[in-house]
Each structure stands twice: as structure tokens, then as C-alpha cells.
Ligand binder design. Structure first.
Ligand code: FES
Length: 86
């Protein structure tokens, strides 16, 4: 059994496995997409998983446009998935 941390996603606590990325934590909550494209509103979320495609952008602890797939979760981390919509 792995250790757990609690992150805050869009204002709600989420239990995540320590050592996983923010993108994995979001996916494990059932979120397959957490932002949309500016034009057309196409869903975007975890795609490449290695920091190349920028589809997984979120705000983390107030820093905008962070690639969720390459940032490990940390206890108390605040993630805003709506920050990159507009
Ligand atoms: S999923 Fe491609 S950069 Fe994160």
C-alpha cells in the first residue's frame, strides 16, 4: 500500500497516491479531461504523459500553465483545473 497525500482540486480535497503526478491523481478521480481548447471547446487532459503535448495544463499553487503530468503531487497542493480555459 502506498502512502497518500491530500491535494485540493478546484476547492475540494482529493486523496492521491504519493509519488504520482497531478495528472494521474486527476485521472484517478475519474476526470479524463479538465480543460478545453480555446477554439471549438475540445476536451483536453492527460495525453502524452511525458510533458510534451501541453494538453494537461493546470494551475498549481497559483502558478498558471503547469504540466500536470510532470508535477508530482504534494500534501496540501492546490490545483485549479479551470485556470487554462480562456
Ligand atoms: S499530457 Fe502531454 S504535457 Fe502533460
Amino acid at each position: 500500500m502506498s502512502a497518500e497525500v491530500v491535494i485540493v482540486v478546484d476547492g475540494a480535497p482529493v486523496i492521491a497516491r504519493a509519488g504520482t503526478s497531478v495528472a494521474v491523481a486527476l485521472t484517478e478521480t475519474g476526470r479524463l479531461a479538465w480543460r478545453t481548447t480555446r477554439f471549438g471547446g475540445a476536451p483536453r487532459g492527460l495525453f502524452c504523459g511525458i510533458g510534451v503535448c501541453y494538453d494537461c495544463l493546470v494551475e498549481i499553487d497559483g502558478a498558471p500553465a503547469q504540466r500536470a503530468c510532470i508535477v508530482p503531487v504534494a500534501d496540501g497542493m492546490k490545483v485549479n483545473t479551470r485556470a487554462g480555459h480562456e
